[in-house]
Design a protein around this ligand. Structure first.
Ligand code: SMG
Ligand code: MG
Length: 368
């Protein structure tokens, strides 16, 4: 396959409601989309980097910059190109996994469209639909939170994840557990605590949570292992798991019993599959995380979430949990599940008018 050019497109989409985490509040999503035009077919990728480097060190302007300066020229020089070769070609460039993942996704989509194979089939999916959870914002009051959770449960979401931070942890968890009884419930701290908070976090133990996600800094793998010896709630890592090697190390150190897999965070869907395989080999359940993706990224996430090791509901919510109007046909919840796309490649295309409406800039990089 030969790369004729890459289009970098920025879109700006309002969220249906503010999404507050321990590191900030999002009211819009400024997304970098990648369209790879090859001699065979066109493919789409979505970069999950956010505007500010608060979830991780990556941010969307830097992703666009590193793609233009280093990654796209490296891909243009490659003798042969296909999805599997992208990570190899880009491997001399350190870090910038979200940028790499978006390029890999676009090239893989083009390749699979040409071959007539879906992402699900290529990755090894074994389910036609996946059970969905929802990640719930930090709110101004417990009453407001209970209303939001009530609404999500009424829509059919099978698992609730509460974002927590110091000052918003035991009380909201206790209130949700008390009001909604035996639901699947978990929390995500986005690195807002430290080992000094171990006894506070131990106060979550009585609430039978499925897991606590990333309580400590992404580099504090040993701290998570120490916490695991103090509290009974299973620890799940998100930000710390940047590769299959990082997953193998964290598991070996006893730092996590569950892993959140986000293809963007780990450099792409093929590395995400390797993490899945490492976890399955170690008996560690995985689930698919989310980065407020549009329908483009969501389509591919659903394919990944249909692999056999994804035994917990993911943050793969329906389009209307995020956006009034998605840039693809909307993904909808049916009996708590979303159907895995079956079309070639990621199986979806942007709706041209909607895409144009949200577009703030496009740049065409000709390579042919
Ligand atoms: O896509 O539903 C989604 C968001 C899920 O909570 C979510 N993501 O740490 O897991 C996480 C966060 C990262 C993004 S927060 C803006
Ligand atoms: Mg998380």
């Amino acid at each position: 396959m030969r790369l004729d050019g890459i289009e970098l497109r920025r879109i700006d989409m309002p969220l249906v409601a503010p999404f507050r985490t321990s590191f900030g509040t999002e009211t819009r999503r400024d997304v970098l989309l990648v369209r790879a035009v090859t001699d065979a077919a066109e493919g789409w990728g979505e970069c999950v980097a956010m505007v500010d480097p608060l979830y991780s060190s990556e941010y969307v302007d830097a992703a666009a910059d590193v793609m233009k300066r280093f990654m796209i020229p490296a891909l243009a020089e490659a003798d042969r190109l296909d999805g599997a070769r992208v990570a190899h070609i880009l491997s001399p460039l350190r870090g910038h996994r979200m940028a790499k993942a978006a390029l890999e996704m676009a090239v893989l989509d083009a390749e699979l469209k040409e071959k007539g194979i879906s992402f699900a089939r290529e990755l090894g999916a074994v389910h036609d639909r996946v059970p969905c959870g929802v990640s719930v914002s930090i709110m101004d009051s417990v009453a407001e939170l209970l209303d939001a959770v009530d609404g999500y449960l009424a829509e059919g979401y099978q698992r609730i994840k509460l974002k927590i931070e110091p000052g918003w942890d035991v009380e909201p968890v206790a209130a949700v557990r008390e009001k909604f009884g035996d639901i699947l419930l978990q929390v995500d701290a986005n690195a807002a605590y430290s080992l000094a908070d171990a006894s506070l976090l131990g106060r979550l133990d009585p609430f039978d949570l499925l897991l606590i996600e990333q309580p400590f800094d992404e580099e504090d793998v040993r701290g998570h292992a120490q916490l695991a010896r103090i509290i009974s709630t299973p620890i799940c890592l998100d930000e710390s798991i940047t590769s299959a090697r990082a997953a193998a190390d964290a598991i070996a150190l006893g730092a996590c019993r569950i892993v959140n897999i986000k293809p963007g965070r780990v450099g792409g869907y093929l590395e995400a599959r390797r993490i899945h395989d490492v976890c399955v080999a170690n008996g560690v359940p995985v689930w698919c995380g989310g980065m407020l993706e549009t329908g483009i990224g969501r389509a591919a996430n659903l394919a990944l979430a249909a692999l056999p090791g994804f035994t917990l509901p993911g943050d793969t919510s329906a389009s209307d949990r995020y956006y009034q109007k998605d840039i693809t046909d909307p993904f909808t919840l049916d009996d708590g599940h979303i159907a895995v796309p079956t079309g070639d490649g990621i199986g979806v295309e942007p709706v041209v008018d909607i895409l144009e409406e949200y577009t703030t800039s496009t740049e065409w990089i000709a390579l042919g």
